[in-house]
Design a protein around this ligand. Sequence first.
Ligand SMILES: Nc1ncnc2c1ncn2[C@@H]1O[C@H](COP(=O)(O)OP(=O)(O)O)[C@@H](O)[C@H]1O
Ligand SMILES: O=C(O)C1=C[C@@H](OP(=O)(O)O)[C@@H](O)[C@H](O)C1
Ligand SMILES: [Mg+2]
Length: 172
Amino acid sequence: MKKIILLGYMGCGKSTIAQNLSKTTNIPFLDLDNCIEKKANLYIKEIFEKYGEIYFRKLEHEMFVELLQSSENSIIGLGGGTPCYANNHELLKRDDVVSIYLKASIDTLYNRLVYNKSKRPLIANMDEEEMREFIAKHLFDRSFYYNHAQHKVSVDDKTVEETVRDILEILA
Ligand SMILES: Nc1ncnc2c1ncn2[C@@H]1O[C@H](COP(=O)(O)OP(=O)(O)O)[C@@H](O)[C@H]1O
Ligand SMILES: O=C(O)C1=C[C@@H](OP(=O)(O)O)[C@@H](O)[C@H](O)C1
Ligand SMILES: [Mg+2]
């Protein structure tokens, strides 16, 4: 059974696109962050505040491995940092996985995140200028890991429906 894995930087649309792709395909959808929140009974922000990022990365790795172990077909939306820790990027190459990098430009990410940062502890307290600078550097550092995906879809200037269509072409 195949897992369809969506990855990419915060705000590229992993959670939104995974949910919409699920509606179109009738394949169940799981958001890695939601699964972690349910298991820990805490919001991501609270896990960062109470236990720190390193502990979050441990939970994230364990949950990613757990989701991959199930025999069900599923669409999995990762967190933005998932491929960049604990050698998770190596799991993107597995035969039972279709991994897709939703690639967005700095401008797209900035425009989507500037009003949607409060639940994202890495950027929640940044002012606008600081955030733009951070996204640019961080995206550059993380691209190495994102580029381990089997497929890449550019999401700039596309509607949700257009991105879903591009993914369906990959899956066809
Ligand atoms: N074309 C689009 N595709 C995906 N998300 C979009 C699009 N246009 C606007 N958005 C918004 O951008 C945000 C993307 O956030 P989210 O899906 O949580 O991304 P991620 O899970 O990658 O961090 C959402 O608020 C969504 O409504
Ligand atoms: O990029 C990251 O390191 C993170 C991205 C978040 O997920 P989204 O990419 O869905 O916002 C969430 O996992 C956590 O706040 C850390
Ligand atoms: Mg998400």
